[in-house]
Design a protein around this ligand. Structure first.
Ligand SMILES: NC(=O)c1ccc[n+]([C@@H]2O[C@H](COP(=O)([O-])OP(=O)(O)OC[C@H]3O[C@@H](n4cnc5c(N)ncnc54)[C@H](OP(=O)(O)O)[C@@H]3O)[C@@H](O)[C@H]2O)c1
Length: 249
């Protein structure tokens, strides 16, 4: 994404409405909301269109509300575009990360069986989300076949590279394989390269799943805005479980 520096960053937020524009009736000053706006949300205040906002349920913790939209909408878009349903066995690569954690749960909510890759320290976590955990790395294809003797029917890749080469050996229909991260290999292999189709309706669906207890938001670390650089270093390790939260509390 080309940016003129200095630039704001952050694509998701939760907060309280301070002001509404003329003609806005859906929200009022003081309402608790969550929403999305590209490269705007790591801030004390954000100005955005009313159709980028949904109501925050009182029971939803602020930290969870603040990190629901970005990875959540990507995962939701991907599971929809891969047409995942109750008859599917879905393989999610990097299932313990931000996008992966949401994707596992959304696929489970649609009734699919889910196999997720992660290192051993995240296997209990994946199990708690409803996925069958397996290790990534050498021998992955054999481990997937052992976990899904009847075969895998769809794949969501959140890591790229070798994971995509393994995926095309497991699933014949390349339209049922999607990557949210590796455009180059995705195009080389003819699988779906999936972007995020963000909308208030999609975000509201995620909120509804959360309210039904079908979507957990795992907070790996919560830091203040003053610690933003540390938050980015944590994310750059590539080993976050769930999400990192920045807060001005
Ligand atoms: N297209 C879009 O709209 C969109 C939107 C959001 C994100 N993305 C992209 O999607 C990708 C995933 O984002 P994210 O936020 O979910 O990432 P993330 O949270 O940083 O992913 C971290 C996870 O990756 C796992 N991991 C690390 N190396 C792995 C490997 N070789 N195989 C399998 N898992 C591995 C880690 O598990 P262990 O600690 O157990 O190793 C960790 O749980 C990123 O490239 C991001 O840019 C795309």
């Amino acid at each position: 994404m080309p940016l003129a520096l200095p630039s704001r960053i952050g694509n998701e937020f939760a907060g309280v409405v301070d002001e509404v524009g003329d003609g806005v009736t859906a929200f009022a000053v003081g309402d608790a909301v969550l929403g999305f706006e590209e490269m705007a949300c790591c801030a004390d205040q954000v100005v955005l269109d009313v159709d980028h906002v949904v109501a925050k349920p009182a029971a939803m913790p602020w930290a969870e509300a603040g990190v629901l939209s970005a990875s959540g909408q990507t995962a939701h878009t991907a599971i929809e575009q891969l047409r995942v349903g109750a008859d599917d066995t879905v393989l999610v690569h990097a299932a313990a990360g931000g996008v992966g954690s949401f994707a596992v749960q959304i696929a489970r909510a649609r009734g699919a069986k889910v196999i997720g890759t992660a290192s051993a320290r995240n296997h209990e976590y994946l199990d708690s989300l409803g996925a069958i955990p397996i290790a990534y790395g050498g021998g992955l294809e054999a481990r997937v076949r052992a976990a899904a003797p009847a075969g895998v029917t769809a794949v969501l890749d959140c890591i790229g590279g070798e994971a995509l080469d393994v995926s095309v050996r497991l699933v014949d229909d390349r339209q049922r394989i999607g990557t949210v991260t590796d455009r180059v290999n995705g195009q080389r292999l003819g699988v779906q390269v999936i972007g995020t189709d963000r909308s208030a309706a999609r975000l509201a669906d995620l909120v509804a799943l959360h309210e039904m207890g079908k979507l957990r938001v795992s907070i790996y670390e919560q830091l203040s805005f003053a610690e933003a650089a540390q938050a980015h270093r944590t994310v750059e390790t590539g080993h976050v479980r769930g999400k990192v939260v920045l807060s001005n509390d």
